[in-house]
Design a protein around this ligand. Sequence first.
Ligand SMILES: Cc1cc2nc3c(=O)[nH]c(=O)nc-3n(C[C@H](O)[C@H](O)[C@H](O)COP(=O)(O)O)c2cc1C
Ligand code: SF4
Length: 659
Amino acid sequence: MYEHLFSSMKIGNVEIPNRTVMTAMGNHIAELGGFVSDADIAFYGARAKGGTGLIITECVAVDGSTGIGNMKQMWADDDKFIPGLKRLADEVHKYGSKIAIQLYHPGRQGIAAVNGVESMKSPSATECQCVHQPTHEMTKDEIKQMVGKFISAAKRVKEAGCDIVEFHGAHGYLIGQFDSPYTNKRTDEYGGSFENRMRFLDEIIDGTRAELGPDYPIMVRISVNEHMDYAGLPGEGLKAEDGVEIAKHLAAKGIDAINVSAGIYETMNTSWEPVSFDQGWKLGDAAAVKKAVDIPVIATAVFREPAYADKAIADGLIDFMGSARAFNADPEWANKAKEGRDADIRKCISCLYCMETLMSADFPDKPDFGCAINYESGKEWKCNAEELPKDGAGRKVAVIGAGPSGMEAARVLALRGFAPVVFEKNDKVGGQINYACKPPKKEKTGWLKEWQEHALRSAGVEIRTGKAPTMEDIRAIEPYAVFVAQGSSPVMPRSIKGLDGENVYTPVDVLSGKVSFENKKLCVVGSGMTGIETAELLGEAGNKISVYEMMDDIGPGLFFQNLIDVMTRVSKMDIALFPKHMLKEIDGTTAIFETTDTHEIVQDTFDAVIVSLGVRPNADLVEELKAEFDKVVLMGDAVKGGRIAAAIGTGYMAAAELK
Ligand SMILES: Cc1cc2nc3c(=O)[nH]c(=O)nc-3n(C[C@H](O)[C@H](O)[C@H](O)COP(=O)(O)O)c2cc1C
Ligand code: SF4
């Protein structure tokens, strides 16, 4: 299958077995102090075993003392790191894949406290508008030293037996900061003209060539387009035509491949995209590079489906499909594609849980790095469902609820040789996912349900839909254990008068299509993701919406990239936002609020009020079940109304730990 995707191609003199490239992905699983960990070996090994042609590691620090992004990242600034990198290369080579090490320094996008420095290095003292760290203009001495650090790190990459070195010039990190006129305001020979801005990278490449010889493959990742319009700064930074010039310049210098990406921290949503960005949206810029250079072009463009990637290669737009998240969500993406098993691929839904957990991973009270839909991501060294004991011996397990949690549990139970019977009261499986995929641009979320249902049907799991199970139904299968994954219901606090009024609805009423509104005046109470997205759906239908939120800001607790994504669209609609407003009462068509700071009473009339104040676990049958069966396990929303990652994680673990 997919003859273009699965033909080999050389980068320099290194033959890459196919055109799938796992682009760099920080994962916060290295040892403290920069050493390759067992977790790294298992993480990358799983993707190599899964048939990925080329694996590029996370960005590796060339200067651990001033240039790390987080505490558990790999470093290459000393020979003591060579054995770990060698072990990693050997692991990837074991499966026939090739490995590149990505070298970087974060510059102004690093955190001073994490690095133990007073200010971050950068070509100019321009503070990043995302991380807001003190930043200083590098002296020429600092520049020379930094060039040397990149070169000596590249030497270690070669010595460790890795196939390729990649310099990270994309996403607004130090190399990109020199390349871009947005961040490089220098007036000496390292700033100003194109030639001067390229000098830092040129010196790194020249020095590396001189040290490693003409044959060792060098790649550079660049943000061809910094999309500063996305940050409200049109005309600033690198535009596609500038990026193409950089690519031409680098090709002329003799690098062996170019890896095309986009964006800087201020425009991060164009680098690692939230759910609303379509597959292929930035392919045009990659194709422009491909047209301009005669070296292999790797590119990311939200590639999720093998057919799409194969066609992009067949059409001559790119040479290699790049993705980090496709392979994070499914390490076997490549092998499944090669075998034409497209439906078996667990496609990344672009939810950005991986980035959210990466960014907060240094905080002890936050979850570890992971993938919302692949519980094993980052934990491959200790978690592999295929290797769990196959001791189910056909014993029945009643799984109540076919939402993400119940279906994940049933999948893992089936792998272990149990015979799960899944009971779902609704006509179709998927639980909350059926509603979460309804707002504009959220179709990808529905991929999870499709994959889970496919996985269960392929494993021959019995799924009974359309009727809530009674105790009799559960008794009848004589279950060895009962898994309760029956989801959640909207919170409707009794303390607020009027919530039982006839013009009061829940988001599910709207998202399920039970009610619809056009050209009405509507009120949405609560601005979590469900509230905002419901408002967006209603806004699209021409309604005039007011969103009220009790907290100080709209979208409390939401990952900022996802909030920016939805607000970029919402801000163009007829939607007014009222943070710091607590709902007191609904009186007929009037909604009454109290402001949380000045304690004023504010009220307005609406055609309907949609109350989105969160969810609470459904607990039907739980006590009865516990009284009758020894093994009753609660999971997903049945424990705590929450997110996909928690649903999948509790389902996976319940099935893995069943004794
Ligand atoms: C959690 C996470 C970490 C990333 N870390 C890096 C990195 O270290 N270096 C890099 O060049 N890109 C990094 N990226 C960007 C990816 O390589 C890729 O370009 C991006 O995710 C868009 O492609 P995709 O949606 O197909 O994965 C990261 C992305 C994510 C989601
Ligand atoms: S966490 Fe979400 S965005 Fe990241 S790889 Fe998994 S599905 Fe994709």
